[in-house]
Design a binder for this molecule. Structure first.
Ligand code: MN
Ligand code: MN
Length: 464
C-alpha cells in the first residue's frame, strides 16, 4: 500500500542510466564523442568562438551585419571581439512576446601571461603568469600545460598560437618543491602552499651563446622572433593563456563520464550551441549567448555586464522593422532565460559541504538552481515559482530527467553566474546546467547522461 503511495507522491530523483536502453545509450555516447572532439580544439574563449562561428556558418547562420531586414526563420549571429558570441533564430511570434534565451560562458579558469612575462633565473627561462578565475593554485603545478593565444603587432598583424596540444609539440610545466625539502611548505595552509607569484612557467634552458648575461632568455626570444617575427615588447600586446595540455577523455570502466579541462562552462556552451544548430520554426525568437569573463565577474565589453548584448537584440528589432522607444525593455520583461552554467556535483568524498537533500548529482540529469548566492542568498537571482513551474512543465512534457538543487550547504559556499544580469533586465531566469566534480580544477568530471540531458533540455526550451 505505502509503496504505491510512495510511487505516486515521492520525488524519486532516479539515476538516469537506469532508464536508458541500448539505443539511447548509443545516442548519449555519440553525442559525448562530438563534445569531447570539440573541447579538444576549443580550450579558450577565442578558440571556442572561432569554432562556434564555423559551425554556425555551416548550419545556415549568417553575421547579422549581412542582413538589411530580418524575417521569421532567419538565423543570425554576432561575434563580439572574437571572444563572445550571440546567436539567434528569429521566431514566428511577435518579438514583443519575448525571447527564449540560453546563456553560457566560454571562458574557464586558467593562467594568463603577465604583460611582461619573460625572464631568466639561474639559466632557466620562465613566463610569469597571473591566474584567471578561482583556482586552487597547487593544482596547476607539475602538470603538462599548453600555451594558447593571440599576439597582435603594432602593424595590426595577428598571430594565433597553440603549442602543446599536438603529440609532437613540446609542453610546459610549473615546478613544485620535492617533498624532501618541503617541510615548511607542507606546514602551510593549502591555499598558501603555492604562492600566486610562483606560478611561473618553465620554458627553456639552452643559452644563445656561451658568455654573457640572459643568454637563455635571448635564445627564447630568438626562437620566438624566428617563428613569429616578434620582439619582447610585442609580448605586451598579447593574450596568451596557459591551460592543461590534457585531452578530453572518456572516464571509468563503463565510460560513463567525461574528464576534461574547461567543462565549466563549455559543457553548457557546447550543448546549447549543438541544440541551436538544429532549430527550425521556433515560435519565440531563440537566443544563444556564449559569454566571456564570467569567471572574473562578467565585466568589460566581452562580459555579460556590458551593453553588447542589448546592441545585438536592438539590431534584431531594427532589422525586423519593429523597433520603437522602450521596446528593448519590453522585450526583456517578457523574456525567459536558462542561465546555462554548471552546478557543483555532489561528491561523496566531500559530502560534508553539501546538503544531500538539495544537491545536484551526477547522472540524475540537468540540474536547476533556483538561486545561487551566498550567506542568506545574498546577491542571488531567485527564480520565481511561476517560472520554475513553467520550466518543469517543459522538461516533464519532453520526458527529461531533472533535479532542483542548490550549491552547497547553507553558509558553506555559494557562487554566481550570469543569471542575475539578464534577470535585472526584467527577464525570468533560472540557472540550469550540468553537475560537475572537481569544478575549476585542471581536469573536471561530468556524466555523459547529464551532458545529453542538457542538450535535450536546451532544445526543448527553445521549442517550447
Ligand atoms: Mn560557470
Ligand atoms: Mn566557474
Amino acid at each position: 500500500m505505502s509503496e504505491e503511495l510512495k510511487e505516486k507522491l515521492f520525488d524519486k530523483k532516479e539515476n538516469g542510466w537506469k532508464s536508458v536502453n541500448d539505443e539511447k545509450r548509443q545516442a548519449i555516447f555519440d553525442f559525448s564523442k562530438g563534445y569531447m572532439d570539440f573541447l579538444n580544439q576549443a580550450k579558450t574563449e577565442r578558440e571556442f568562438v572561432k569554432k562556434a562561428r564555423k559551425l554556425a556558418d555551416q548550419n545556415g547562420f549568417k553575421d547579422i551585419i549581412e542582413f538589411d531586414t530580418l524575417k521569421p526563420g532567419d538565423k543570425v549571429y554576432f561575434v563580439n571581439r572574437n571572444k563572445s558570441m550571440y546567436l539567434a533564430v528569429i521566431g514566428t511570434e511577435s518579438i514583443e512576446k519575448g525571447l527564449h534565451i540560453i546563456g553560457s560562458h566560454v571562458d574557464s579558469p586558467r593562467l594568463d601571461l603577465k604583460p611582461n612575462p619573460l625572464y631568466e633565473d639561474t639559466e632557466m627561462a620562465y613566463f610569469k603568469t597571473h591566474y584567471y578565475g578561482g583556482i586552487k593554485k597547487y593544482q596547476w603545478t607539475t602538470i603538462p600545460l599548453s600555451i594558447h593565444g593571440t599576439i597582435v603587432k603594432t602593424n595590426g598583424e595577428k598571430i594565433d598560437i597553440c603549442i602543446g596540444e599536438d603529440e609532437n609539440d613540446p609542453i610546459f610545466t610549473i615546478t613544485d618543491l620535492l617533498p624532501h625539502l618541503a617541510q615548511d611548505q607542507m606546514e602551510k595552509k593549502l591555499k598558501n602552499g603555492i604562492d600566486g607569484e610562483d606560478l611561473n612557467l618553465l620554458i627553456g634552458s639552452i643559452p644563445y651563446e656561451e658568455k654573457g648575461k640572459d643568454q637563455v632568455k635571448l635564445n627564447i626570444l630568438n626562437i620566438l622572433h624566428q617563428k613569429y617575427g616578434i620582439t619582447e615588447a610585442d609580448l605586451t600586446s598579447t593574450e596568451i593563456e596557459v591551460v592543461p595540455a590534457f585531452r578530453a577523455r572518456s572516464m571509468g570502466f563503463d565510460e560513463s563520464m567525461v574528464a576534461a579541462y574547461g567543462q565549466d562552462d563549455k559543457v553548457c556552451a557546447y550543448t546549447s550551441l549543438a541544440a541551436m544548430m538544429e532549430l527550425e520554426n521556433v515560435k519565440n525568437t531563440a537566443i544563444c549567448i556564449l559569454s566571456d569573463k564570467e569567471e572574473i565577474g562578467s565585466m568589460g565589453n566581452t562580459g555579460m555586464e556590458s551593453h553588447m548584448f542589448d546592441f545585438f537584440v536592438s539590431e534584431i528589432l531594427n532589422k525586423l522593422g519593429v523597433n520603437k522607444p522602450n521596446l528593448l525593455d519590453k522585450v526583456f520583461c517578457f523574456s525567459k532565460m536558462l542561465s546555462s552554467d554548471v552546478d557543483a556535483g555532489f561528491d561523496p568524498i566531500y559530502a560534508s559541504v553539501s546538503d544531500k537533500i538539495n544537491a545536484g548529482f551526477l547522472g540524475k540529469g540537468i540540474s536547476l538552481n533556483k538561486y545561487t548566492g551566498a550567506r542568506g542568498k545574498s546577491g542571488a537571482s531567485d527564480a520565481n515559482a511561476e517560472y520554475v513551474a513553467w520550466v518543469r512543465k517543459v522538461l516533464e512534457e519532453n520526458d527529461i530527467h531533472y533535479q532542483v538543487a542548490e550549491l552547497g550547504k547553507v553558509d558553506v559556499g555559494g557562487g554566481g553566474t550570469i543569471a542575475y544580469i539578464i534577470a535585472n533586465k526584467g527577464a525570468d531566469v533560472i540557472d540550469c546546467g550540468v553537475p560537475v566534480l572537481s569544478m575549476h580544477a585542471p581536469y573536471e568530471v561530468t556524466s555523459k547522461y547529464d551532458i545529453y540531458s542538457a542538450y535535450k533540455t536546451y532544445k526543448a526550451f527553445w521549442n517550447a
